[in-house]
Design a protein around this ligand. Structure first.
Ligand code: BGC
Length: 408
């Protein structure tokens, strides 16, 4: 199989410079693998039968100039990744790139397979939201051998072959959730009163999950320390409150368990810190059906999924941390273009994005301990009171019933 190497406009030197990234530029990614050599990964990928629920688009269309981009999203079962996939695909196509878009049904082996197929298909760059940040080594070795740059999209890939990271400030997401609870319960003025809280965190395989968790815990810790807040179940450690796969049903089952074990006696529950909307969906369901108290429980979330926005209108979820993933795709496209053009990748690119974000070279590390240069966008708190802000983005419409729908 002959693969095209970034079109005619990239010299080998440029390729070597563009893969300097999370690995610090001294890894195998910077070696000059011959462009026409087939790798074992390619052989394997060529032989592999495409996974049944892999949606592949555009693979046959001629490159319109920019090259071919492989966009690997984790799953279609959670609302946001459908939006991310669609926006990325749209952005890259509009900019003249050919795209291959896959969703891997939250199965790591399938994601490895999907990425290997993209490499076999001659992609010039990979944009990957990893299901498991630690599980893509086989696929990324293939990318490194072929000098294919990899943008870790939203979730950090812990392999050094990843080149750059585009995400939101994940620690801040958690901090906004924790601070919201502090203010909603007015914990600074709690006096002798103790408020009760429970926590539901994300998927241990997702590098973001511990950032969300830690940001939130740091915000509420002073009140756990001074007794204004109490975790009645005692379940606070990340491992105790994590939700594998970010699954709504798993969050629901644990919340029901906590409610029946610790709140059935009439103990008041004041807040439930949830790291995102899919987990908040399970928790709100449990609180609505299984919580005996009549007070409103403050429940946090993240993403602005339609079902959660409805729950916010209905008053059963209190807030969500909104991340404009259309903007995330715009930043990703601009970064991809800069990488492919061999430009210097640093904060000087930000004005050209036209989107507020920070260039961070300290916060995110690969498993080898190398810092991954990151562009981090800014998340916002959405409550019942500022839903109009979402409508103003042009990405949502509000129906006569007051509920929001994602605009297509
Ligand atoms: C994303 C969140 C999302 C979660 C589950 C995280 O990596 O940053 O926005 O809610 O995955 O899909």
């Amino acid at each position: 199989m002959k693969r095209k190497l970034l079109g005619a406009f990239l010299s080998t030197a440029m390729v070597a410079s563009l893969v300097v990234g999370c690995g610090g530029g001294n890894d195998s990614a910077a070696t000059d693998a011959p462009a026409e050599t087939e790798t074992p990964a390619e052989d394997a990928a060529e032989d592999a039968t495409p996974a049944e629920d892999t949606a592949t688009e555009g693979a046959e269309a001629p490159a319109a100039g920019g090259g071919k981009i492989g966009i690997s999203m984790p799953t279609q079962s959670l609302e946001r990744w459908n939006r991310d996939g669609a926006y990325l695909d749209e952005q890259f196509k509009a900019a003249g790139f050919e795209t291959i878009l896959t969703y891997s049904d939250d199965k790591t082996e399938q994601q490895v397979n999907d990425i290997q197929n993209m490499l076999a298909d001659g992609v010039d760059m990979l944009v990957i939201a990893a299901i498991d940040g630690n599980a893509l080594n086989t696929a990324l070795e293939g990318a490194a051998e072929q000098n294919i740059p990899v943008i870790s999209y939203d979730r950090l890939i812990l392999n050094d072959a990843a080149s750059y990271y585009v995400s939101f400030d994940n620690y801040t997401v958690g901090q906004l959730q924790g601070e919201y609870i502090v203010e909603a319960l007015d914990l600074a003025n709690a006096g002798d009163k103790t408020y009760n809280i429970e926590i539901t965190a994300g998927d241990p395989a997702d590098n973001n999950a511990t950032y969300f968790y830690q940001g939130a815990i740091d915000a509420i810790q002073p009140y756990l320390d001074n007794g204004a807040l109490n975790i009645v179940s005692g379940q606070k450690d990340f491992d105790a409150v994590a939700t594998p796969g970010w699954k709504t049903d798993t969050a629901l089952a644990r919340a029901q368990n906590v409610l029946s074990s610790y709140y059935a006696d009439g103990t008041q529950l004041d807040a439930w810190l949830c790291s995102n909307d899919s987990t908040a969906l399970g928790v709100t369901q449990a609180v609505t059906s299984d919580y005996a108290g009549s007070n409103t429980v403050v429940i946090t979330g993240q993403d602005g999924d339609e079902a959660n926005l409805k729950n916010i209108v209905d008053g059963v979820q209190t807030m969500t941390v909104y991340k404009n993933v259309s903007n995330e795709s715009i930043v990703t496209l601009a970064l991809a273009k800069a990488i492919l053009a061999g430009e210097t990748i640093d904060e000087s690119l930000i004005p050209s994005f036209g989107i507020e974000c920070a260039f961070d070279t300290e916060s995110y590390e690969t498993s080898a301990g190398n810092k991954c240069p990151s562009f981090l966008l800014v998340p916002n708190v959405i409550t019942k009171d500022n839903l109009q802000d979402l409508v103003d983005t042009g990405l949502y419409t509000m129906g006569d019933d007051g509920y929001l729908s994602a605009a297509n």
